[in-house]
Design a protein around this ligand. Structure first.
Ligand code: FAD
Ligand code: MLT
Ligand code: ZN
Length: 457
């Protein structure tokens, strides 16, 4: 950094005001570790801009002084992308919380990138709409972080990933210039689709400040089933059976007996069934009318079902979901995990699940695996506890197994810092060269989110 000590901070203070330039190390520290506790970085300072103009001011000042900028939303990301690179300005989007009125004609809304998922849900539901993406971090994760990582979650089966919900973005590029395309036209073929390009770019192309989002109808008739099955093949049979019969199917989530035991130990929840089972699937159906009868009929006709319990009331549904959604926190309560979020073709899913224990044991004899995931997308969350010094070896072994089946080394969390060395397992040399050309074309010195997705410049 070339500026005389203090002058960049003075410029930033002039942009965001004194109250929103944080330099006290004890305050800055709360932004420096990720949700899992595995990734850390040291920020030079934290800035908390309130609107696109202030974000542009921050990036213009940083560009002038050749300073790096790391971007943080709700800091729930699981691949180390949200912690600062050492010495960078940490730009927090926490104050970009504008919520514009719901456009009920178009079924769209424009929101600030710092709006949390739960705040968006509270904003649009009274107007009869919902957001197509949902998952357990809803109270903290932001729409900006969700778009930047193209978050998936529990409703991809019905609505697709976050990218499919984004009709337009406003963003500030590394040089401080603003692109704003928030018209929300569903048909607009006038060259490159900026919103799609920025979705999943993990903050390496620009700071998202506002988002034009597609909404879906609010469906209040809901039925949730927790279904016991024998194994992964049984889970696939069940999901295919229900999916082929019920258009109302919204979610299909898989977990196993050891995950259930961990969750029960951490939460005190009771056993859902009189007998233990090797594997479990949470299914949720949603419609304008209650889909319980249809769901029960489909379950009764499915050979893979070993036991099932259902709920339609809010509390009962929440309890059944808690067996699945509590996995992440329960795993973290047991230690700092190596989290590998992969996807494989459905035809390979049973084989990969069967191979994982030996693959992990071969890399780390002390390691303990907890597996769960979004079964319809072949998306497995491979969580490894007690890997100790073998974290890299475990990562390497699991990601190579996945790649050998034609899978993706990141289904939904992104590459971040955690998987950067393995990107070439999922992307060809030509693809990586194209991505780098776009990134460094927009940001030649690689000052935006250095160390995320690509090696630091
Ligand atoms: P952060 O963690 O702050 O940042 C994530 C990345 O996005 C970083 O690289 C950051 O630099 C970048 N970024 C953040 N905001 C912006 C912005 N405005 N402009 C540009 N770049 C930005 N993920 C899933 O996909 N599916 C799940 O089911 C899921 N479940 C989860 C459950 C729990 C309990 C937890 C803790 C996490 C879960 N996640 C899941 C991961 C995480 O919540 C999502 O990736 C989420 O989208 C991150 O949002 P965030 O605001 O916390 O982003
Ligand atoms: C989930 O599906 O619960 C998340 O992606 C979080 C995790 O992988 O732990
Ligand atoms: Zn997930």
């Amino acid at each position: 950094m070339s500026d005389p000590a203090g002058s960049l901070e003075d410029e930033l203070r002039a942009v965001v005001t004194d109250a929103h330039l944080l330099t006290d190390p004890s305050v800055v520290a709360s932004y420096e570790t990720d949700w899992t506790g595995r990734f850390h970085g040291r920020a030079r300072c934290v800035v908390r801009p309130v609107d696109t103009g202030q974000v542009a001011g921050v990036l213009t000042a940083a560009a002038r002084e050749k300073a790096g900028v790391s971007i943080q939303g709700g800091n729930t990301g699981l691949v180390g992308g949200s912690v600062p690179a050492d010495g960078t300005i940490l730009l927090s989007t926490a104050r970009l919380t504008s919520l514009e009125p719901v456009d009920v004609v178009a079924g769209q809304v424009t929101v600030g990138a710092g709006v949390t998922l739960s705040a968006l849900q509270r904003h649009v539901r009274p107007a009869g709409f919902d957001f197509g993406v949902d998952f357990a971090a809803r109270e903290s994760c932001t729409l900006g972080g969700m778009v930047a990582t193209n978050a998936g979650g529990e409703r991809v089966l019905r609505y697709g990933t976050t990218r499919s919900q984004v009709l337009g973005v406003e963003a500030v590029l590394a040089d401080g210039s603003v692109i704003s395309r928030l018209g929300g036209l569903p048909k607009d073929n006038t060259g490159y689709d900026v919103a799609s390009l920025l979705a999943g770019s993990e903050g390496t192309l620009g700071v998202l400040t506002r988002l034009r989002l597609r909404l879906v109808p609010l469906l209040t008739g809901r039925a949730v089933a927790l279904v016991a099955v024998d194994d992964t093949a049984g889970a696939l049979t069940l999901v295919r059976h229900v999916r082929d019969r019920l258009a109302s199917l919204e979610a299909a989530e898989l977990f196993f007996a050891d995950g259930l035991a961990l969750v029960r130990g951490a939460t005190g929840m009771s056993d859902p069934f009189p007998e233990p089972h090797p594997a479990y699937v949470v299914l949720e159906c949603a419609g304008r009318t209650e889909p319980l009868d249809d769901l029960l009929e489909a379950l009764a006709a499915c050979e893979a079902v070993r036991d099932a319990t259902v709920a339609t009331d809010v509390r009962g549904r929440h309890t059944l979901w808690a067996y699945r959604e509590s996995h992440t926190e329960s795993i973290n309560a047991a230690g700092v995990p190596v989290k590998l979020d992969v996807a494989v073709p459905l035809t390979s899913l049973p084989a990969v699940v069967a191979d994982l224990p030996a693959t992990i044991a071969g890399a780390s004899p002390t390691a303990r695996m907890i597996l769960f995931g979004h079964v319809n997308e072949g998306n497995l969350h491979v969580n490894v506890l007690d890997a100790g010094r073998d974290a890299e070896a475990v990562t390497d072994a699991v990601l190579r197994l996945v790649a050998s089946h034609g899978g993706s080394i990141s289904a939904e969390h992104g590459i971040g810092r955690a998987k950067r060395p393995w990107l070439s397992l999922s992307r060809s040399t030509a693809e990586i060269a194209m991505m780098r050309a776009i990134r460094y074309g927009l940001d030649p010195a690689g000052r935006l989110n250095p160390g995320v997705l690509f090696d630091p410049a």
